[in-house]
Design a protein around this ligand. Sequence first.
Ligand SMILES: O=C(O)CCC(=O)C(=O)O
Length: 285
Amino acid sequence: MSDTDTAYFGIKSVPYPRLSLDEFLAWGPEAVIRADTPAVIDILPSPDPGHYRTAVLEKLGDATVTLVRKDRTKENETRAEVSKIPLREFFEKEPYTSNTDGTYRVVSNIKHHAETISALLGFDTTRMFDYRAPLNSANLWVNYGGMRSRNHFDDLENFNIQLEGRKRFVVMPPGFRNYYVRSPLHGYANTSRSVRVDHADLGRYPRLAAALARRRDIVLEPGQMLYLPMGWWHQVDAMDGLNINLNFWLYHPKMLRRPLMLADSLYKVAFRKLNGLYNLQPEKP
Ligand SMILES: O=C(O)CCC(=O)C(=O)O
């Protein structure tokens, strides 16, 4: 039995579709969104290690990006601190490169850099993803290994491309009851009270077992893109040294058929606005 199996009490992961670039182009993003199931697409030729680090630095090194700092523990509950830095500093300076006094990541909506995004990926991204529409975004994520995003869901369609490093996504179907959702009072109604899904405390959170039995355990490799449908829960662990991802978050009318998701989304937008919290506002070009 592998470590991954024991982490889930021997409950196996559900298989998920893998698409080639040609298959993805033949389907098109809209058909993939309608299929409403997580899939991995080989969207870019498998890059040499360091290729996208160099390319991102060259094309976006001087851009101002958003830096998010959290305390060190993966289970930490405190709110993140947000500031702005030139992207280059994140690659080259302390404390970011060693994460000595907290964990740092760049999460930055670079939707106004459409030409640069297309140049980076080698195709016209605006024709494939409508990320420049109001409320949609194209986000650059940069962090070092060991960082976890705890189990949560988003109310957008997500196409997430791994450029550098690898990430483990544990993905589970939409729902509220089985996930022990946190109180909305602090703006976290899309996160679970169970701080981790691997080695979860099933004594405390027994209904989580039903969700784990339907999970997809996905290691996203450089050059691959994960399609993560709206509402699917996910815990994400950065596995290697440097991780660079670019994801497109798209609102979709699907949401109108999901009243709880719609209510959560409206509540979150209002909560963040009222409290002056960072909500992926686009960077200036
Ligand atoms: O990469 C991460 O740590 C989180 C990514 C994520 O939550 C997402 O793409 O929705």
